[in-house]
Structure formats: structure tokens, C-alpha cells
Design a binder for this molecule. Structure first.
Ligand code: AMP
Ligand code: MG
Length: 561
């Protein structure tokens, strides 16, 4: 087989070769051959989607069940009317916004699309991939490319050309190497032949992004593994055990700290572990593949298949996997892990709910905390924990004293004013202090949280996100408010001038910072604190219901799919 080389990272002076390679790939495809092609999601195994013989070769090479249809890859919405009938306007709205990108739309097919491609269905999946090389190949070939993921059926999908060679060497005509896939999980599949549209497979485009544009969408039961015996999923591919390494997989859901602790309780020397970076140190005796930081779902998506593949060369007899929550890309990542586990899912920490609150000064974090107390919640005041530790921990005092000599008085108490002057307006000194405080505070809070009885808790920490305390939370909430309101509130609260209030606000992080880093947002535009407290109570009641629902149903909940 021929390897058609193309490396996005090395294009200088190579224009001619790239063009030759694109032409070569297009030619093979036009003549009925099979070429693996790079996309932003995973590598695809491409063939002419209008040629039944070529399409049949895909099924042979992959060992793919005949009833599992293929997705047609096109260069833009202008190709839709060639292959699809009764196209609803919303298809164009979606294509304009999300193509090229990880969204596959299911539409009525035209008869030009052969049964082999659609596995006999009267619908067809269509997508425009976001990879310049593959777009050029399709454009040059002038045909829609049918391409399932380029792995052997049942194995984890391929996210590098090397993975493709591992599975397909000798079975296909070429591989186009376009570098590692940037998204890492397959496309999101949305069925537009029903009302409301239905999510058939979570993927690289988060469901929230779709709902923001087109409103509510239904979620197919196959995603959550709750199909009844004999029930058929609408995307036939969803019924197969998938992505599976050779050893059996157990997925553990729950807040990252809790799921890591649960796995640590279960592992033996022969266990493999897939975990977030922060918890790798718990598994020194095991073979570990990390997914990336717990807060970085993009990295987790990029690595999930590689992690699943990696165990096949080792002798592990079982694999435990930490699972991200289901928001954003988490739904797709969790779905791939759970499918690899045959939906064998364990739920860590089921009865304790921990919310983390953060936000700018004047936004209303204190009122929001009051609202949580009104709902029976208990506040974990990290500032208080820090002050307790200052009294009790010799190690903490020594660490501070070493970097900030002279800030302790003779009686051993910390001179907060002196330390404040030292770090105020000196960014690097503040960072040094924070490093020390976080290093001591986070494990202490983690330890305390671990011993809490069932119930509702809120972590009150100025540096919730920066310290890593957000990892302990079921949900992090950004409390935000319009700047003008915040100016007026802190003027009144702290009895300061408008100019000084603005100065203080501009020295802080913006609402946008908190909004982009937290799981959810509570906006305080209310006229009075009482009004806001009421709104906040309602908000938290709903939020808590959502978390409870998720915990109750574990693997079975739609969200946890
Ligand atoms: P793969 O390309 O390996 O990611 O698999 C394609 C996925 O798209 C499978 O889960 C198929 O079942 C699904 N699919 C493709 N065409 C259709 C269709 N017309 N209706 C429903 N699902 C589809
Ligand atoms: Mg596949």
C-alpha cells in the first residue's frame, strides 16, 4: 500500500508535493479504491460514496456489520440537494454555523445514494469535515466520500495516521497523513428527519451549542445505554460494543476527586487506570494513561481513544476509567468510555453535593451563599480553613517564612498587613504566596470534604479556580453582575468613591473569565439583595435537582450518557 504523505506542520516549499498527493488520493477514490483520510474528528476510511462496489470494500476492510450505514463527506451545504431530499431550512442554518465541523446531519436520501452506503435506510448522514487536505481531496475527486472511522470494527477510533496503519495496513490503498486529529472524538450526529431534531450520537460539537442555535433537541436512548432488550437505536452503529480494549473496562463517574478515590479503593497490581492528570500520583503501582487535566475536556477528547488503545500492548486484566461530567464535550467523551465499558458504570459519591462559588467583588457571592444556606446547605469557608492551618501547621508557617522572612511576629502570629504589603501590586510575589497556600490548603479541604456526611455544601474560596479546589465540586458557579451595578454596590458597601470602586474592579478578573471557566453562571442584576437572594434560591434549587437527578440515575441518566 502507498502512504500518501502530508504533514500540516511542514508545508514550506512543499506545495507541489502536497498537490500531487491530493491528486493521487482523489484519483484512487474516483477509481473505486480506499484511502484513509484525516479529519478534525478521527481518521476516516474513504471511498466513493456513490459506488456500491467501492463502498462494499470499506465494510470488508473494517469487518463492519452490513447494517451500519456510512456518512457522506462533502465540501459544503451546496452539495446537499444532490444527495438529499426534503431538506428542511434548519439544515442550512446549522451548516452555515457549524460547517466545516464535527456535525453530521441525517436527512432524507435521494436515490442516487446507493443502499450500500445507507445500509438500506431511506435517510443519509452528511458532513463537511474541517480539514483542508481532505476538503481539497473531495473537491478534486468531485464525488461525496463515504467514510466511517478508519479503525477495525469494534476497536477504538484512529486519531493518527500511525493508528490507521496499525489496523488497516495491507487492506487499503493509501493513508493520507494529516497530523493528529484536533478534536479526537467522532462527529455529533443529529437527525433532522424528526421534530424536534434528535441527537443520535454525542460528538465533537457539544449538544449545548446546537440547542443554543435551534432550541430543544431530544436525546436518543442509545446514547445513555438505556435501550430496552430488542429496541433498535436510530443510528444503527450505536448498538455495537465499541471502542473496546481487550481488557474489560469499568467507568467511574462523579466529581473527579471522588471518582479517583473510588478507583484507588478498587485497583490491584494488574489493573490499568485511565485518569485525569491530577490523580495519576494515586496509581503508582498501576499502568496509567492520563486523559489530561480534569478541567480540560478538549485534551480529554483528543486522548480518549489513544488511552483506550494503549492498554492492548500491556498485560492488564481490567481497566478503570475516570469519567468527565456530561457537560460540553464531556457527553461525548463519557459516551465513548461507557461504550468501551459496555455501559459498566460505577457511581462514586452519590449523596453529597458540593457547589463551588466564585466571581468578582460586588457581584453577590455572599448573597448567593446565603441562599444556599437557606436551602439547608453548609458553607466551607476556605479563608477560615487557611487561618486555622496558619495556627496549626508548622509546615505551612515555615514555608511562608522561608519565602517571606519577617512576616511572622515574635509571638508566632502572622502579620497579615506586612504580608499584604509584600504581595500587593507585585504579581510574582503574590504568585509565590498563592503557590504555598494552595499546596497546603487544597489537600486539607479535600480531606475535610472527604469526611463530610451526605448533604449540600458550598465551597467559598476567592481562588476557587486558580487553586484547583474546583475539582472537588459537582458544579462550579460564576456569580456575575453588570459592571455598573457592581460599582454602585461596592461604593455603598465599602463607603468608597466611584473612582476607587472602578479602580478595584479593573484590577480584578472580568466576569468573562469566571463565565468561561465555571460550569454555570448566576447573574445578579437584581435591585436589592433580598430580591437576588430569592432568585438565587430558585436557581440553586434547580441546579441541585439536576445534580441529584444525575447522581440518582448514574449511567442511566440522559446527561451521563
Ligand atoms: P462511523 O463513521 O464509524 O463513526 O459511523 C457512522 C455512524 O453514523 C454510525 O453510528 C451510523 O450508525 C451513523 N449513521 C450513518 N448514517 C445514518 C443514518 N442514515 N441514520 C442514522 N444513523 C446513521
Ligand atoms: Mg466508527
Amino acid at each position: 500500500m502507498q502512504t500518501i504523505y502530508y504533514d500540516l506542520r511542514d508545508t514550506k516549499g512543499q506545495q507541489k508535493r502536497i498537490e500531487d498527493n491530493i491528486s493521487a488520493a482523489a484519483k484512487i477514490l474516483r477509481e473505486g479504491g480506499l484511502v484513509a483520510i484525516p479529519t478534525e474528528t478521527v481518521y476516516g476510511l474513504g471511498a466513493n460514496g456513490l459506488d456500491p462496489k467501492a463502498v462494499n470494500r470499506i465494510f470488508e476492510a473494517k469487518g463492519r456489520p452490513q447494517d451500519n450505514p456510512l456518512i457522506l463527506h462533502v465540501t459544503g451545504p451546496q452539495w446537499l440537494p444532490r444527495y438529499c431530499a426534503d431538506i428542511p431550512p434548519i439544515a442550512y442554518v446549522l451548516a452555515r454555523k457549524f460547517w466545516p465541523g464535527p456535525l453530521t446531519m441525517i436527512l432524507k436520501r435521494k436515490s442516487i445514494v446507493p443502499d450500500e452506503t445507507t445500509a438500506g435506510l431511506d435517510t443519509v448522514g452528511v458532513r463537511c469535515p474541517n480539514h483542508p487536505v481532505t476538503l481539497s481531496i473531495i473537491r478534486e475527486a468531485g464525488i461525496p466520500i463515504a467514510a466511517p472511522s478508519a479503525n477495525t470494527s469494534g476497536r477504538p477510533s484512529c486519531t493518527t495516521a500511525q493508528d490507521v496503519l496499525e489496523d488497516m495496513n495491507g487492506k487499503i490503498d493509501g493513508v493520507v497523513d494529516g497530523g493528529p486529529c484536533t478534536v479526537g472524538v467522532e462527529s455529533t450526529i443529529l437527525d433532522l428527519t424528526c421534530e424536534p431534531p434528535r441527537l443520535l450520537r454525542p460528538g465533537g460539537l457539544p449538544m449545548e451549542d446546537l440547542e443554543r442555535l435551534i432550541g430543544h433537541i431530544d436525546v436518543d436512548k442509545a446514547i445513555t445505554g438505556t435501550l430496552a432488550e430488542g429496541e433498535k437505536p436510530k443510528a444503527p452503529g450505536m448498538k455495537y460494543r465499541h471502542y473496546a480494549p481487550k481488557a474489560p473496562v469499568t467507568v467511574v463517574t462523579g466529581a473527579p476527586a471522588a471518582s479517583a478515590a473510588e478507583i484507588a479503593r478498587r485497583v490491584s497490581a494488574a489493573s490499568g487506570v485511565i485518569c485525569f492528570d491530577e490523580y495519576a500520583h494515586l496509581f503508582k503501582g498501576q499502568e496509567v494513561h492520563t486523559l489530561g487535566p480534569s478541567a480540560d475536556k478538549q485534551t480529554q477528547a483528543q486522548r480518549v481513544f489513544d488511552a483506550l488503545r494503549s492498554f492492548d500492548e500491556s498485560g492488564v486484566t481490567e481497566i478503570y476509567a475516570q469519567c468527565p461530567d456530561n457537560r460540553g464535550l464531556g457527553l461525548a467523551i463519557g459516551n465513548r468510555l461507557k461504550k468501551a465499558a459496555g455501559f459498566h458504570v460505577v457511581q462514586a459519591d452519590s449523596q453529597r453535593i458540593i457547589l463551588g462559588l466564585t466571581g468578582c467583588t460586588g457581584a453577590g457571592k455572599t448573597s448567593a451563599l446565603r441562599a444556599i444556606q437557606a436551602l439547608g446547605g453548609e458553607i466551607i469557608d476556605c479563608d477560615a480553613v487557611y487561618h486555622e492551618m496558619l495556627e496549626q501547621s508548622e509546615d505551612l508557617r515555615n514555608a511562608i517564612n522561608e519565602k517571606f522572612p519577617g512576616v511572622f511576629s515574635e509571638d508566632g502570629s502572622l502579620n497579615h498587613r506586612k504580608l499584604g504589603e509584600e504581595v500587593f501590586a507585585k504579581k510574582d510575589r503574590l504568585a509565590q504566596l498563592n503557590d504555598i497556600v494552595f499546596r497546603f490548603l487544597v489537600p486539607e479541604v479535600e480531606r475535610r470534604v472527604g469526611r463530610l456526611p451526605d448533604g449540600l455544601y458550598a465551597i467559598d474560596a476567592i481562588n476557587l479556580l486558580e487553586s484547583g479546589l474546583n475539582r472537588l465540586c459537582d458544579r462550579t458557579v460564576a456569580v456575575t453582575a453588570p459592571v455598573e451595578l457592581r460599582v454602585r454596590r461596592i461604593m455603598a458597601r465599602d463607603n468608597i468613591t466611584e473612582q476607587y470602586a472602578r479602580l478595584r474592579i479593573s484590577a480584578q478578573k472580568s466576569d468573562e473569565y469566571y463565565r468561561s471557566k465555571c460550569d454555570c453562571e448566576l447573574t445578579n442584576a437584581a435591585d436589592t439583595p433580598e430580591e437576588f437572594r430569592k432568585e438565587a434560591e430558585l436557581y440553586f434549587r434547580r441546579l441541585i435537582e439536576g445534580v441529584e437527578e444525575e447522581k440518582r440515575h448514574g449511567a442511566a441518566s440522559r446527561q451521563n450518557g
